[in-house]
Ligand binder design. Structure first.
Ligand code: NDP
Length: 432
């Protein structure tokens, strides 16, 4: 706490993992000798740069840019770029720390990183977004590469932004290939990457339900967010028989008591890129009850899938969910539940799966995009979708093996311990 007094998100993430892995650390002489836990908490490298670019009014704007290379122990640094006014060093350090643990669970040799800027692309023209991406990559390019660090998308960085970033990288380096993932399918992208995080979340949900001798059919599912993760989680939920009763954005919430139809969700996915506010457009075209300044968590639901952003589900929201009979909570976003919310969920004992396990599908398919780029081959949609299902089942199994006690699976503990062991063993093997 003393070393990072102004980094609450980073401290929150490290403390959440510490409670589960400190006993493992203390019982292992090699881990203790090599000071593994403290070393795993510290990012290997923090790169901070300024981004100077020209807006449409020909004025120079300046933003902060960062890349946090957290751990390269088990593969090239890997993790998304976020463009959002809330981005700062604490947020990116927590995301990079979580990413290292998440990537370790995928079984693919990728390290952990995160990056981004406090630039907000919302309300900017396409040429402004392009010029910003080019200026951002002008600086970032010297720190990344297919065997060094492979960024991807995150909040407000979708296929359009990845295209602009990749175009600038390719111009400077004269290299085609795996320096970024999330590329369009026409220039080296992978099938299923866009869908992977949301679909993977529902594959994990199915595994959790099966473990508890339950099924998804007719379950009321509350989803927050209306971005890439939320909409694809909603689509897959409906495709496998669930009833999605909510979507939201940073201000408001759209409730559909009878559940969104598959065609309404597909419509939102198709029109999202061209829309200034896809939730309002969805409401206008497909109906629903608009709740101003609200989140979905006051509604009765069987399953809650927070898919928007960190700390969006607090203690009061968790209390409302639990008193309304919510039976499962799986994180689609990174760290959407506050630690106080987690304490309540833990007390109640319902199955809870942390983002590092349940949203790992996206980065896993990014890993497969890297191997497709390296071999100049493209796998079919079905092959990648099958691989995603296998990866999510494997992560579920790791959580069960490391997190079961007295017949109950503690998914958060299982994920923390399984990922920690993988990273700690690599650290011990590689020495100081
Ligand atoms: P998008 O930018 O596509 O969507 C983000 C959504 O969250 C939008 O609906 C946005 O609403 C909403 N949102 C943003 N800030 C807040 C806030 N403070 N409170 C409530 N809602 C908010 O991002 P993604 O869907 O890609 O990412 C969502 C989450 O999933 C993030 O935590 C991300 O790190 C995580 N994640 C994403 C992966 C991916 O593959 N994309 C992989 C793994 C994790 P608005 O439009 O109003 O801003």
């Amino acid at each position: 706490d003393e070393r990072h007094p102004s980094q609450p998100e980073y401290l929150q993430a490290t403390k959440e993992i510490a409670k589960d892995v400190i006993p493992i650390f203390c019982n292992n002489e090699s881990y203790r000798r090599l000071n593994v836990f403290k070393r795993l908490c510290e990012p290997e490298r923090i790169i901070h740069f300024s981004v100077h670019w020209l807006n449409d009014a020909n004025e120079v704007e300046i933003h902060n840019g960062w890349r946090i290379q957290h751990s390269g122990l088990i593969g090239p640094y890997k993790g998304g770029l976020r463009f959002h006014p809330s981005v700062n060093e604490s947020v990116l350090k927590f995301l990079a720390f979580e990413q290292s643990f998440k990537n370790a669970l995928t079984g693919i040799p990728i390290g952990g990183a995160k990056g981004g800027s406090d630039f907000n692309p919302k309300g900017r023209s396409e040429t402004e977004v392009m010029r910003f991406c080019q200026a951002f990559m002008g600086e970032l390019q010297r720190h990344i590469g297919p065997h060094t660090d492979v960024p991807a998308g995150d909040i407000n960085v979708g296929s359009r932004e990845i295209g602009f970033l990749y175009g600038e990288y390719r111009k400077i380096h004269n290299r085609f290939g795996g320096s970024l993932t999330g590329k369009d399918i026409s220039f080296g992208g992978s099938h299923v990457r866009t869908e992977a995080t949301g679909f993977g979340l529902i594959y994990m949900l199915r595994a959790v339900l099966k473990q508890h001798k339950d099924e998804i059919k007719n379950k009321r599912i509350g989803i927050s967010g209306a971005g890439n993760v939320a909409l694809h989680a909603a689509l897959k939920s409906v495709q496998v028989g669930g009833q999605v009763i909510s979507l939201s954005n940073s201000r408001d919430c759209l409730i559909k008591e009878e559940g969104f139809s598959e065609s309404a969700i597909s419509w939102a996915i198709k029109n999202k890129a061209e829309s200034d506010n896809i939730l309002i457009d969805l409401c206008e075209h497909h109906g629903g009850d608009w709740h101003k300044d609200a989140t979905p968590w006051q509604q009765p639901m069987d399953i809650a899938l927070p898919c928007a952003t960190q700390n969006e589900l607090d203690k009061d929201a968790a209390a409302a969910l639990l008193s309304n009979g919510c039976k499962y909570i799986l994180e689609g976003a990174n760290m959407p539940c506050t630690n106080e919310a987690l304490d309540l969920i833990e007390e109640k004992g319902i199955p809870f799966v942390p983002g590092k396990a349940s949203n790992a599908g996206g980065v896993a398919i990014s890993g497969l995009e890297m191997s497709q780029n390296a071999t100049f081959k493209r796998a079919t949609y079905k092959k990648i979708d099958d691989a995603l299902q296998d990866i999510m089942l494997n992560i579920h199994q790791q959580c069960v093996e490391a997190g079961t006690a007295d017949g109950r699976v503690n998914y958060a503990k299982g994920a923390n311990i399984a990922a920690f062991r993988r990273l700690a063993d690599a650290m011990v093997a590689q020495g100081v």
